[in-house]
Design a protein around this ligand. Structure first.
Ligand SMILES: NC(=O)c1ccc[n+]([C@@H]2O[C@H](COP(=O)([O-])OP(=O)(O)OC[C@H]3O[C@@H](n4cnc5c(N)ncnc54)[C@H](OP(=O)(O)O)[C@@H]3O)[C@@H](O)[C@H]2O)c1
Length: 308
């Protein structure tokens, strides 16, 4: 049995990956700003995400390091939020880098979260990993994030894999619960033109991708972590309505989405109005097999549990 360290591991993705690893008998250490605690094979160890401390000892002898740290981007991009969003990501990469430099038996692989926001608002252009990076704040965040991660890799060190993660669909967090809530209230229409793409991935597949990347010695570099079938916003909302047995609902005009996002929800409208059509070309070419490729079946599976 091996030991795994997941920085920022008490969030939506980290908890799921930790449970998946612990279910196979592995020891998992979560680095968190919350107080230290333990639950079976999963331990939480305190860090602040930016400075070295006793937590660095946990890296010694670990099989893999995973970094999921990052202040949520679901907010309005005020100057303060922008600083926190970029700072939490870049600082965590830098301090982990510094910790590894002093580690006697460092992990052999470092798996780092990034996001498909790197492609910007890409319309209906298909974005594989070789697609050009986009413009805008989220693309800038991902560039800084990946830049910090790959920037200092001239020496030997862990194999590095950055996952450009899409819209993760799971029960206990992420985008599905709010969208399902709106749809249940008969507000599940498309947003704006509905032509913007949603590149989704199930939480189960995201965990499987992480484990594949850890276990596959040839995996390195940047990977789109999205299911093979991205859909338009209109198609996504139609499928969600069907899964929840709701009738057709008119689309919300872009101006109404902007107003509601900024004034009521206090989030950037781009979450609903921008999109990118990503394909997991490298994962497919290098042998990863997705379990959840059908959106309707995936949504039915998640929503049937009555927890979303
Ligand atoms: N979920 C998605 O659909 C999705 C899509 C694309 C990319 N991603 C990226 O994948 C990563 C994990 O996503 P997630 O959904 O699991 O996010 P999450 O639930 O918000 O968890 C992120 C973790 O980062 C830590 N954190 C937040 N602000 C911090 C700060 N200022 N300084 C240090 N640590 C901070 C928190 O840990 P503590 O509070 O325990 O310290 C939190 O549990 C994130 O970087 C996210 O941007 C997620």
């Amino acid at each position: 049995m091996a030991k795994f360290v997941i920085a920022g591991g008490r969030g939506f993705l980290g908890q799921a990956l930790a449970r998946s690893l612990a279910a196979d008998g592995h020891e998992v250490v979560l680095l968190s700003r919350q107080a230290a605690s333990a639950d079976g094979l999963i331990r939480t160890v305190a860090w602040d995400g930016s400075t070295l401390g006793p937590w660095v000892a946990e890296l010694d002898g670990a099989r893999a390091l995973v970094n999921f740290t990052g202040r949520s981007i679901v907010c309005l991009y005020t100057p303060e939020h922008r600083r926190e969003i970029i700072g939490s990501r870049v600082d965590s990469v830098r301090v982990l880098e510094a910790a590894l430099a002093g580690c006697g038996r460092p992990p052999s692989v470092w798996l780092q979260a990034s996001a498909i926001g790197i492609y910007g608002d890409a319309g209906d252009r298909v974005c594989a990993e070789s697609a050009p990076e986009g413009s805008g704040f989220t693309a800038d965040v991902c560039r800084a994030w990946e830049g910090a991660f790959f920037g200092a890799t001239d020496g030997p060190g862990p194999r590095r894999v950055a996952l450009r993660i899409g819209v993760v669909l799971g029960r206990a967090g992420g985008a599905l619960a709010p969208l399902a809530g709106l749809t249940r209230w008969f507000l599940g229409g498309a947003a704006g033109s509905g032509r913007q793409y949603i590149s989704w991935v199930s939480l189960a597949d995201l965990c499987a991708i992480c484990r594949w990347a850890i276990d596959t010695p040839s995996a390195r570099g940047r990977y789109n972590a999205t299911a093979p079938g991205p859909v338009t916003n209109a198609a996504f909302m139609r499928t969600l309505r069907q899964a929840l047995h709701r009738p057709w609902c008119p689309p919300a005009p872009a101006w109404a989405v902007r107003l509601a996002a900024r004034l009521l929800l206090r989030v950037e409208p781009e979450f609903a109005l921008a999109g990118r059509r990503c394909v997991p070309r490298r994962l497919l070419e290098e042998g990863f097999r997705f379990r959840d490729t059908d959106l309707a079946a995936t949504l039915r599976g998640l929503l049937d549990q009555k927890k979303v």
